[in-house]
Design a binder for this molecule. Structure first.
Ligand SMILES: [Zn+2]
Length: 485
């Protein structure tokens, strides 16, 4: 046997009626050749079958093979909060979330994150940019075999304690880096401008510039945040601070937008991911562009919580790196990137009164390569190209509501949902095929999550906060609800 034949034996060809490389035109009756964890070729079946004559062929049939989705913003550990805060506007929602978050133990957060990881895998998301306070999603995403980045959530408004806060953060980062599996990096989520002081943003920004630390933050998400930063007043200055026992901490009116404010404190650089940005002005977008900060666009979460619609068209026009995020099930219920793409397209066409603002192909690009670019991972994921990781999914388009298909991008964005995914592969490893998981005991995960939810509701009803210290909201040294008892 020749060396070439031996090499061919290790190649698997995944054939489908359509292959969407994203960086190249759609291929009909095509395949992706995978060897180990990488893609070695993408092209018409006839060509690849002769180049890799010894390769195993997996025929996926009437399907679309595309890169796995890159979910630019999630909170896997909030998955058991699905559907309990459905009808609150953002300010009330986050006030209630404070209590809900304080009602789970670290072990229960792990069960919650595992439920989120299962949905992530089966819905065709292969890279997650997840926010975690407890670290649960590092373990859950790692067990599931997902790729991505976890951002450790940090809160802190007391500048007298800033060194303690940074020391504690360093210890958490060290532990998280040890715990993180290959393919999973660790960054910092500076929660938001109303829960993180200017000096703490500045300290984290310095770390980012000197060490390349990846940083994210919920930025310009709501009108409440705008009022808080600009005028030092409103619901976040009053109700929210009272809730957290922060009334004695000075609230400073900064007189500018949240994005301008963060620029003044040197928060932004190419390692910064600004999540939401619904309130961003054109001047704000120019700041993000000038600093090469990226944006995680979460249209469904923003719409459901009444926050608004981020100015995506202006961001794209000015060349800001933008990815798409589902946000947590506490906000937007499901982590379905098809639904997220569809909502994005419809919202922007409706609000701009312009159908040219987005098309289906652009949506798929934002949900895959756009996300990879926003996270700085585009050299390895986000498209089907030789040399990149074999992170791909197959979408079943054999059912009648897809037929006939001229444009597979159109089929995906206007017609598909997460249940149509029947194959999820990360780094050449099949994590999900035809309803079965290779890394997750789904029945056990669901049953554990049900039990967590029942205990959660009992605790919320009677006001028991078993996990206040793990919820992150209470700054070390400040009173927690546990101290009151
Ligand atoms: Zn979030």
């Amino acid at each position: 046997m020749t060396d070439t034949a031996t090499a061919n034996r290790r190649v698997t060809l995944y054939r489908a009626d359509w292959v969407l490389p994203v960086t190249a035109p759609v291929l009909v009756n095509a395949a992706v050749a995978v060897a180990g964890e990488r893609i070695v070729a993408v092209g018409p079946v006839s060509k690849l079958a002769s180049s890799y004559a010894e390769a195993e062929v997996v025929d996926l049939g009437r399907a679309i093979v595309m890169p796995g989705f890159v979910n630019c913003h999630s909170h896997l550990e909030y998955t058991t909060f699905r559907g309990i805060l459905d009808d609150s506007e953002f300010g009330d929602w986050i006030l209630q979330l404070v209590d809900v978050k304080a009602s789970l133990t670290p072990e229960e957060y792990l069960h919650s994150a595992r439920l989120g990881a299962a949905e992530t895998v089966s819905s065709g998301i292969t890279t997650v940019a997840d926010t975690t306070y407890t670290g649960a999603s590092i373990k859950a995403a790692g067990e599931a075999g997902l790729r991505g980045r976890v951002y450790l959530e940090v809160f802190g408004i007391d500048d007298a304690r800033i060194h303690d806060t940074m020391d504690a953060l360093d210890a958490r980062l060290d532990a998280a880096r040890v715990a993180a599996p290959a393919g999973m990096s660790v960054g910092v989520m500076a929660h938001a401008p109303y829960t993180v002081s200017a000096r703490l943003f500045q300290a984290i920004g310095e770390r980012s510039r000197s060490e390349g630390l990846e940083v994210a933050s919920h930025v310009a998400e709501s009108r409440h945040e705008l009022t808080y930063v600009r005028a030092g007043s409103g619901k976040f200055a009053h109700d929210f601070r009272e809730k957290l026992g922060w009334e004695r901490m000075l609230v400073q009116p900064y007189g500018v937008s949240p994005i301008k404010y963060l620029q003044q404190w040197d928060a932004f650089n190419e390692h910064f991911l600004a999540v939401h940005c619904t309130q961003a002005t054109l001047a704000d977008i120019r700041i993000l562009r000038a600093k090469d900060a990226a944006v995680a666009h979460c249209p469904k979460s923003n719409a459901k919580l009444g926050c608004g619609v981020a100015p995506l068209a202006d961001m794209l026009r000015l060349g800001v790196r933008v990815g798409l995020g589902t946000d947590s099930p506490a906000a937007s219920n499901i982590m379905d990137m098809f639904d997220e793409m569809r909502t994005m397209l419809l919202l922007h066409r409706a609000t701009e009164r312009d159908v040219t603002v987005l098309d289906a192909e652009r949506c798929v690009r934002l949900a895959t390569l756009g996300g990879a670019e926003a996270l700085g991972l585009a050299a390895d994921v986000g498209s089907l190209e030789p040399g990149k990781f074999a992170d791909l999914i197959a979408v079943d388009v054999s059912r009648s509501h897809f037929e006939p298909i001229d444009n597979p991008y159109s089929a995906l964005v206007y017609g598909a949902n997460q249940d149509d995914v029947f194959l999820t592969m990360v780094g050449g490893r099949v994590l999900y095929r035809d309803g079965a998981f290779s890394t997750i005991d789904e029945a056990a995960v669901r049953s554990a999550a049900h039990a967590v939810r029942e205990r959660l509701q009992d605790r919320v009803r009677v006001g028991v906060k078993v996990g206040a210290a793990e919820s992150g909201w209470w700054h070390p040294g400040l009173a927690t609800p546990g101290d009151e008892r």
